[in-house]
Design a protein around this ligand. Sequence first.
Ligand SMILES: O=C(O)CCC(=O)C(=O)O
Length: 378
Amino acid sequence: MKSTFESKPTTQVAKTMINNNSPQEWPEPIVRVQSLSKICKDSIPERYIKPLSDRPNPITSCDHDDANIPIIDLGALLYGDPYTRASTLKQISEACKEWGFFQVVNHGVSHELMDMARETWRQFFHLPMEVKQQYANSPKTYEGYGSRLGVEKGAILDWSDYYYLHYLPLSLKDYGKWPAMPPSCREVFDEYGRELVKLSGKLMKVLSINLELEEDFLQNAFGGEDIGACLRVNFYPKCPKPDLTLGLSSHSDPGGMTLLLPDDQVTGLQVRKSNNWITVKPARHAFIVNIGDQIQVLSNAIYKSVEHRVIVNSDKERVSLAFFYNPKSDIPIEPAKELVKPDRPALYTAMTFDEYRLFIRLRGPCGKSHVESLKSPR
Ligand SMILES: O=C(O)CCC(=O)C(=O)O
């Protein structure tokens, strides 16, 4: 597995990264991929061409067969008898261990709200460029309209633009950094955020119970009411050479848990399973849930934060909404004492999420190198 930090002592890398503050500016002028998509007819700029080993490969990509991440009906948790409830908990537990990913249906979030949130964002990306440019982001906080992750000069870039905003903590929520257009968007995104915080809270209880911890364990470890929540909306324009690039490079999510609302028409998300990439087939009105690095650490690697990436295509654009549910940024996250045993010692040293996410803010998406670098020295 690719690791950017493989050759260096991990704790040293972590410390170096932490001592550097986030840079204020991008290292090169920003090019909007949406604009490129309009002018590139048969080729793409070299900056977007991935090395051979990272390109989508039909031999290792399984989108033609039945392989899919598990689809789990959450209805039983609310309304089911003890037997179906236990069976749902078991399905979630197995999905967290085997896949790090699952889809949930009957999750309690209104389908109308889901469709409205996605379509409102789609409209945002179709606004004139001068409107979107008013929200251009910087690597300091990443909030706003962006076109790259990471600040390495000369890095190979991904074929996507995005919009990033904060819901929680309230001290970081700033409507001035949210788009004002389309007119209803702040209202829609507010309600969407509220509903997803509620759903995430329920899932945190399920995960805690499945780990045989107190039901509020994970929530409390995340800081109780003081958690962080943010949204990255990904926009993947059409690409004339989809076999040469990626919409989003392979990465694991640095935060706690992610609830993804995928495009309802176009697939693109691929999840790593051993040496294969499984293309997710989204169920209608499902959320795709995945375990992030912080829950991998808290669960002492019982649950896996799994690598995923996004492929693009030549005739359809794609939109996805990734909602990140994260620990309070300044509390140390380490394996739960209850999950540390003589035959399973603590696999990770403690680190705050503020310290941890500097990795991804500086380097951009790069496999599982972030969580691997946290491993306790042995
Ligand atoms: O677009 C997708 O389906 C996945 C997005 C994703 O992995 C992310 O935003 O971290």
